[in-house]
Structures are given as structure tokens and as C-alpha cells.
Design a protein around this ligand. Structure first.
Ligand code: ZN
Length: 305
């Protein structure tokens, strides 16, 4: 599944790692009620809520932005062969993602910049690939851009050497998906407002969007004719449009995550920004419209690939 759209002078290609990633609702949103799931099923249909099982359905997408001769990858998915025994949905993927990437017309050797919105396992996994028994940067010519606070927080967690639970798997993500880049690749840290690429009247900018993690960022494409937001884990599933208080189980600061989500989604509606989510199933961008009943989600038109 993939699409290609134009935003100003930038071209954006979606490359999907996993089309269908189902979760028991409470596994994803601990405070969710059956009525919320039923509301989401009615509003968004079976693509987002499995009719047979009642599961909430996510996907995992990455995005390639081309602008003025620069190729950027935003988020790198879960990656293959990663040991995540305490996070079963992330454990030992074995997909054809790199072939999909190639089929989307992108050579990993030609990627100039890799950005992780945050360093949870499903957003930095393909930072590296397994070569024999070593993890090597998947994008050998790229500069990897990490959010300053995000990298500092994960390094501190890994340094504490947790051996149990989710924290042990986050430390594993540091060891197999971040440390090999720090030691064998090109990288830099950046913060709010950092311009990742610019050409003509179009720019690609890193923006702080904390809450899901303390150092979570989003990537905005800005042009006079319109913009787009690659929102990472600011929102996981459209049930959060109907019930904005629903925080995801992994939110580090649920109240801050909720404020960040409200502000971003409001801006998408107010400024007609395209929303390019990491986890909504589907091969198209989304738009948001404010109505008396709240924010309404629509599929955006775009050139489909
Ligand atoms: Zn995620």
C-alpha cells in the first residue's frame, strides 16, 4: 500500500511496513470503554475497528519526502529481527519492507536524511538492519536526526540497564537501532524549528510535540499553497478524535499528550493541513474539519501510487 502526493515543491511517498496491526482496545487505550469502540466502529468503519473481534486496527507507515534533490525518511517503522520479548506486537518482525521501499522508487543508498519522530521501537526500527550478527545503518549515506531530548532520555534509560518489562525492550531499541547509528553512522541532534530541508518556497521543519514521549517531534511541510503534518504518535487511532481524553498506554505524560494532540488536530482543521499519520490504516492522507459534533475525519484526495 502506498500513495504519492505533492505538497508545494515536495513529493511525499508513503511506504507501509504493516497494513494491519490489530490491538485489543484496552491494550492500546487503558481507559477505553465498549461504547467508545462502538462509536468508533460506527464513525470510521471496519477498516479501523474489526467487526468480528472488536479490535482497534492500526498500521505502520513510513514516509519519504523528496525536496529539491534531498530525500528524507520520516520514521523507520519497527524493523526486522528485533528482540522485543516484553512488547509482543513489536517482537521479531520479518517483513519485505526493504523491497517495498525499493518498489516505491527509493534506493536506501540515496537517502540523505533520516528523522525519527521519537525513539519507540516502531519508529526507529529500520534505522538499522541485521548484517550477519551486526546491526548496521540501513541508510548508509544519510544523516540521522534525533530530537535532542528524545535521544538524551533514551540514553539515560539504557544507561540504567533495565532488565525487565517495557523498559528492557526500550533499552534494546537503543542498543540495536540507535547505538549502531551513533557509532557507525552520521547523526545530529536537533530541536524545535530545525529546518530539515528547504527548496524554493517549500520547507520541511522539525517541531516539538511532547507528551507521548518527552522529546516527541513532528515533521511539518510548509508551502504557500498548503502544508502537511507527519504526526508520529501524537494520535494513534481516530477513536481519539471522538474521545480526546483517551490516552495511549505508552504516553509518558498523558495530559501533555492530550494538549499537544488537541492543538495539532485543531491546527490541521483550521489551516487545512494534510494529516499523514504513522498508524492509521489506509493508503491516503487525511483532512480534518471542525463541526458542531467535533472534528470530522476525511480521506484527502491525492495522486495515488
Ligand atoms: Zn507508534
Amino acid at each position: 500500500m502506498t500513495f504519492e502526493i505533492q505538497v508545494g515543491e515536495a513529493t511525499v511517498v508513503q511506504v507501509t511496513e504493516l497494513e494491519r496491526w490489530p490491538f485489543q482496545p484496552r491494550e492500546l487505550f487503558p481507559a477505553v470503554r465498549d461504547a467508545h469502540v462502538a462509536g468508533a466502529a460506527e464513525a470510521f468503519g471496519p477498516r479501523f475497528v474489526d467487526e468480528a473481534t472488536g479490535e482497534l486496527v492500526l498500521a505502520i507507515h513510513t514516509y519519504v519526502i523528496r525536496l529539491g534533490g534531498t530525500a528524507l525518511v520520516v520514521d523507520t517503522g519497527n524493523g526486522n529481527h528485533k528482540e522485543r520479548p516484553n512488547l509482543p506486537p513489536h517482537h521479531r518482525f520479518d517483513t519485505d519492507f526493504l523491497e517495498r521501499f525499493e518498489r516505491a522508487g527509493v534506493d536506501v543508498r540515496d537517502v540523505d536524511v533520516v528523522v525519527n519522530t521519537h525513539l519507540h521501537p516502531d519508529h526507529c526500527g529500520w534505522n538499522t538492519r541485521l548484517d550477519g550478527d551486526r546491526w548496521l545503518p540501513t541508510f548508509p549515506a544519510a544523516t540521522y536526526v534525533f530530537g535532542h531530548d528524545e535521544l538524551a532520555d533514551l540514553r539515560a534509560l539504557a544507561t540504567a540497564n533495565p532488565t525487565e518489562g517495557v523498559e528492557a525492550d526500550l533499552a534494546r531499541a537503543y542498543e540495536d537501532s540507535v547505538r549502531p547509528v551513533l557509532e557507525g553512522g552520521r547523526w545530529e541532534v536537533a530541536g524545535d524549528g530545525h529546518v530539515l530541508a528547504a527548496h524554493g518556497d517549500t520547507s520541511v521543519v522539525l517541531r516539538a510535540a511532547p507528551g507521548h514521549t518527552g522529546g516527541h517531534s513532528i515533521v511539518e511541510i510548509r508551502s504557500p499553497g498548503g502544508g502537511a503534518v507527519l504526526c508520529g504518535d501524537v494520535i494513534h487511532h481516530p477513536v481519539q478524535l471522538l474521545y480526546p481524553h483517551l490516552s495511549q498506554a505508552g504516553d509518558a505524560d498523558p495530559a501533555l499528550a492530550s494538549r499537544t494532540r488537541d492543538a495539532l488536530l485543531g491546527r490541521c482543521a483550521g489551516d487545512a493541513l494534510l494529516l499523514l499519520p504513522a498508524h492509521f490504516p489506509g493508503d491516503h492522507p487525511f483532512t480534518l474539519t471542525r463541526t458542531d459534533a467535533g472534528l470530522r475525519l476525511s480521506s484527502a484526495k491525492g495522486e495515488r501510487g
